[in-house]
Structure formats: C-alpha cells, structure tokens
Design a protein around this ligand. Structure first.
Ligand code: ATP
Length: 450
C-alpha cells in the first residue's frame, strides 16, 4: 500500500467508479450490507477465480462444493454455534448506542485506567455515558422455514460455509472415491449479525467466505497445517500484496476458538492496524466427531493399508472475499506526479484487474470510431473490456489508471493507413505499436504469460 491510500480515498473511489455502493442507498442504506457495482463484481469474481484456481484446479487433492445457506438447525447445535457463537454486548445508558465489550476494552482512555488491581472503567466512546453490564449476543440471523412461525420452524442463515463441507464429508468421500489427505473448497455467502460492523467492507453482516476443509490422518495434522500456512501466505504474495504489510501470526492459547488445537492468521496492515484476512486453524476431529454424535451417522475414513477406521483431523484455511477485496484495493492504490499532475492508479495484479483492456479512439472523429468499435468487438470474446471515447485521451488514460486497467489500446489516424494500434501499459505508461492482426496474441502474451 502506498502512503497515499486512506480508507476515505478508497471508499470514495469505490463509490465514484462503481466498485461498491451502500446497500439500498436510496432508502438511507442498512448498516453492514454493501452492493458491488459493475467494476466491483469483476474484481470480486477475479479474487474468487484466482483462489479457486490455486486451491482446486491446480491441485490433485481438492474438490469443490456449493452447499445450501440454510441448513438443518441441528447443524448449529452440533457445531457449537447455537451455544457459543456470541459476542459480549454493552449499551450506553445515555445515548443508547451499542458496542462490543471486548472491542471497547482495547480503547480504554488513559485517564480511565484505575489504580493497580482495579478493573479499568470503560465509558461510552461516543458520549462518555455509563455502560450496561455486558450481555452475550448470538450473532446468527434467525429465520423461519415454511408458513408457520414457531419454534419448530426456526432456521439460521449460515454464519460460516464450513459446516456444509463437514456434513457432506461422507457424500464427497464416496462419490469422488478419495483417499486421505483430501480437501473440499467452497465459496459462498455467510451472515453474522455483527454488533459493530464497520471499517467499510472489512466487517459486514453479509459477506462472502472462501473456505477449505482439508482432511488428514491424525498425527499428520501439524505437518499439513504448516503446508497450508505456507501455501496461503504465498498466494497473497503472488497476487502482489506488499510483503511488508502482510504477516502470519500464530495465535496465543487464550485466543484459540473452542474447536482449535492451533491457529495462524494471515494479517494485513490496514490503516486501522494489523487485521485478519484469513484464519488457518487445526480443528482436529472436533467437527466430524460432533456431527457423528448428533446425527448418529458414522463419519469416518477406512484406511485400507492399516485396516483401521479413523476420524480425520481437519485443517481449515478460511478467508473473506470482502476483506481481501479491501486489502487488494488499499495495497494497489498509488498516486504519482506525471507532468505536473497527480495520477491516481490502482497497481492491481493483472489477474485481478476488473477490466483488462480499454479501447480508446484518439478522438470522437467519425473516421476513428468505427474501426475502434471493430477492435473492441475483436477483443470482447477474450477479456473484460471497456470502450471510452469521451473527453481527451489523457483524461481517459487517467480514468483507466484509476480503476487498474492494465492495457489501453488506442486507435489513431495512422491506424487508417497502417492497420496498427498502440498498446499503452498502465504502470510504466510505455507504448508499443502492434498490427491489429496480432493484437489478440500480443495482449494474450502480456495478460496470460505462459
Ligand atoms: P473477526 O475476529 O475479525 O471477527 P473471525 O475470527 O470471527 O473474524 P472467522 O470466523 O475465522 O473470523 O472467519 C473467517 C474469515 O471470514 C475471516 O478471516 C474474515 O476474512 C471473514 N469474515 C469473518 N467475519 C466477517 C465479517 N463480519 N465481515 C467480513 N468478513 C468476515
């Protein structure tokens, strides 16, 4: 991330250029929900595609899954979410605002710290008012299945995608004839009624997760845990996140979730501090064991070599698309002086850039626009493209730089005679002349090098 990137600038860019809008904005929005605009949906899809390619397509030990969002509620009893998926909540007695008690504890003003052995006095960070005692608040969204709203029809929107993979363990094992170790990957929406959503799309109430459940023989779990920590760390670096703003942190014992033997976090240095992008947990046999207990089914693996039935251990790399989206934008945002003007630029990895190529006639001249449209039609089957003929060519280059388009193709008056166009590269601003007949091949070499 350049020193220029601030959350305010990224929020403004996202709105102005069609990456992210407030959900139901014309009605005043709704806290913790966001809509991804035309460029945002492309960036999001590209993040998901890059992840899927790395963790499913390119591996010989992984398969995909797409489970339902609403599941039998016993799933959440077995997983522990009904009993323990809660945050401590406090209310301000004066202004009635709500806060997460554990977050406020990090924000105790120096003057509020009592003498040794006294608990610090925490007051409302907004108005200084007195706070209620913390109450536990379950983060799951509740709904009813079917026409009758009674206890028997209660269901929940999933707070994580993981459980869909655990409950399908036997289905996948049998249908895909897998041997340990093997894993499942899933991308999908998750919902948490966060007490304090915020920091733009960092903490939402509706978000998307990319999760892996990797099943291994007990005893090999620590080795596989290390494997996934390294793999996932490398993935972020390969997609261009600044190494100095990325770290892997092993959680302390007291930070571990109830199901975890050991957990690492991949964290990014956002303006608000180091924050989790992905958790990589060793969940042991907790989930399969609990689902076996609650469902009465056998969720085991038969090891033909040893003749033993084992309950596999699970390594779970779990990341959030929205958080990664924000990290990639913050990290790639840059400003530089070009001929006395400031140029804002997203130095996004080419695989992530929402638009790969912009087609720009030098002007709206009636001789230039038709061949430019022909070039545009030539490129559309291959990549996401844009056509822009409004305003000066310099302004249009800046517009594309600001949304991270790696290449602009310019059609000028020479094109009419030499049947060639100019390719301009985003970061270096270097230009090369290429015959239209070679354009697709030339761009392919740049965008998809072998
Ligand atoms: P946090 O401590 O920040 O609340 P968590 O530890 O509860 O996160 P996990 O349950 O490990 O998060 O979820 C895995 C991933 O899902 C996180 O690393 C994050 O990328 C994403 N995620 C979790 N909660 C949210 C949220 N409210 N908004 C956006 N992404 C989220």
């Amino acid at each position: 991330m350049s020193t220029e990137a601030t959350v305010e600038k990224i929020v403004s860019l996202c709105k102005r250029r069609g990456f992210v809008f407030q959900s139901s904005e014309i009605y005043g929005g709704i806290g913790g929900f966001w809509d991804y605009g035309p460029l945002g949906v492309e960036l999001k899809n590209n993040i998901k595609r890059a992840w899927w390619k790395a963790v499913v397509q390119e591996r010989d030990d992984m398969v995909g899954l797409d489970a339902a969002i609403v599941m039998n509620p016993t799933v959440w009893k077995a997983s522990g979410h009904l009993d323990t998926f809660a945050d401590p909540m406090v209310d301000c007695k004066e202004c009635k605002r709500r806060f997460r008690a554990d977050e406020l504890a990090h924000h105790v003003p120096a003057s509020a710290h009592g003498h040794a052995a006294e608990a610090p006095v925490v007051r409302c960070p907004e108005c200084g008012g007195e706070l209620t005692e913390p109450r536990m608040f379950n983060l799951m969204f509740k709904t009813y299945v079917g026409p009758v709203e009674d206890d028997a029809s209660v269901a929940y929107l999933r707070p994580e995608t993981a459980q869909g993979m655990f409950v399908n363990f036997s289905n996948v094992l049998q249908t895909m004839r897998r041997k340990l170790p093997f894993g499942m990957a899933q991308i999908g929406k998750a919902f948490r009624n966060e007490i304090t959503p915020g920091n733009f799309i960092f903490r939402d109430r509706e978000f998307e997760q990319m999760e892996i459940e990797y099943f291994v023989k007990p005893g090999t779990d620590e080795e596989w845990h290390q494997h996934w920590v390294e793999e996932r760390h490398r993935w972020y670096l390969n997609l261009g996140l600044s190494p100095e703003r990325l770290r892997v942190r092993r959680l302390d014992r007291e930070e571990l979730a109830h199901y975890a033997k050991d957990t690492y976090e991949v964290e990014y240095l956002f303006p608000m501090g180091w924050s989790e992008l992905e958790g990589i947990a060793n969940r042991t046999d907790f989930d399969l064991g609990r689902h076996a207990e609650f469902s009465g089914r056998v969720l085991e693996y038969f090891d033909e070599e040893t003749g033993e039935h084992v309950v596999p251990y699970v390594i779970e790399p779990s990341s959030g698309v929205d958080r990664l989206f924000m990290a990639f934008l913050m990290d790639s945002y840059d400003e530089e002086e070009v001929r006395g003007e400031t140029r804002a630029i997203l130095r996004l990895h080419k695989d992530l850039a929402p638009t790969k190529v912009a087609v720009l006639p030098l002007s709206r001249n009636e001789q230039l626009v038709p061949p430019a449209r022909e070039v545009w039609a030539l490129l559309r089957p291959h990549w996401m493209t844009q056509f822009d003929d409004a305003q000066s060519i310099g302004r249009r280059y800046r517009r594309q730089d600001e949304v991270g388009t790696p290449y602009c193709v310019t059609i000028d008056f020479d094109t009419l005679t030499d049947q060639a166009v100019t390719i301009r590269e985003r970061d270096s601003m270097e230009q090369v002349r290429v015959p239209i007949a070679n354009l697709v091949a030339a761009l392919r070499e740049k965008l998809e090098p072998a």
